[in-house]
Design a protein around this ligand. Sequence first.
Ligand SMILES: [Zn+2]
Length: 392
Amino acid sequence: MTIEDLYTPLEEAKKEIRRRWADKDLEKKVAKFLKGNIPDVFLHEPLAISTTHVATPNWALLEFRKEAQEIGLKPLIFEYLEDAFITTNFDKASLARMVFYHGRDDHGDMMTTSRHVIDLTGKEEKKKIKDIETLWGSNLVEFHHGVFMSYCPGVDVTDGSSFYKAMGNCAKEYYPYILALYIRNGVLFENYIANRHEQKFLDEILFPAFEIVQKEFGLKPLIVTIAPQNEADNKYWWCYPEFIKTLIPKNKEEEERETVHNVNKASGLSVEELKELMSKWQVKLKMEDWNLSLEIVKFYRKNGYHQSGDFIADPLKKEAIILLTHNPWRGDEEYTLVHEMLHVLLYDYDKYSEDLILKNFQKSSLEHDAYMEKLEETTHNLTRIILGRSDR
Ligand SMILES: [Zn+2]
């Protein structure tokens, strides 16, 4: 089975949902399969459904509302507020670190900025989504709902947690029941991604559940794509329109620093030259098992500090993005590149140490600052030795 097999074209779903809604035998069959446990909101008319964890006005949900209108169904967001928060889930992570879309650069790449909404040091990991607090002390779900209601009126929102809980202990158990809701009670609007992290979910949970339901009813659950997208562009759907950024209270650190992603190179080596250097160093540093990518960014730092590079790393998935300035001021971009790559190699150790420090000390306290300084000095020394030269 492939992702394409899951979808039904919008026009077909539009006719099919009404035909199935009128089918009384099918109504009984679905009720029996779901053991009579159909959430009340699904009983009055066929709906357009989104199962995002929390209603929030990102592009995907704004588009969902538009498509619900096209198909002529009332839109409902069937949330899952009691699910555990984990940063490795893209949908959940984008509630915590909101990414704003500022258009595209000359290469057609997305220009984005981001803002942290909650503490992402690991403190909130595995908490129930509904219990998480924002950095400014309000409830995360209430914050997203507040923004959502003001920019996306006319969409119903219901927490599906009790339904999920009643239907099974894990996704593998409850997924056939969720999909059974899309036999005649609603049309699901969703974009599935076939990257190597989602593939496990597709192979072990979604595809088997889809096949169970299809076999049971002799019908496909009705799933419509929000818009046909390739994987690279899929990120777009989790982005927010830029005006929403003004609604988020800034914390001190973010007022002082901001990174604009995907900008054109203004001086120094070309992106292609930098990518070639990165491939070379990936081999030399024995980082072939890492999935590395490179992004040219604009660093805004309030204190006037000229930052040359940064990185985002996930040591578990062995994925990292090296961020390099669009306008290098000290010339030795290879030094900056290797320095950031070494940060990635050290990151597992670095994050473990920093988390321990942050259990006892505040961010930017004397103790934390001293740690950051020592980390930089170590990384600098390693870079200097490996390159046989220094940038100082
Ligand atoms: Zn550094």
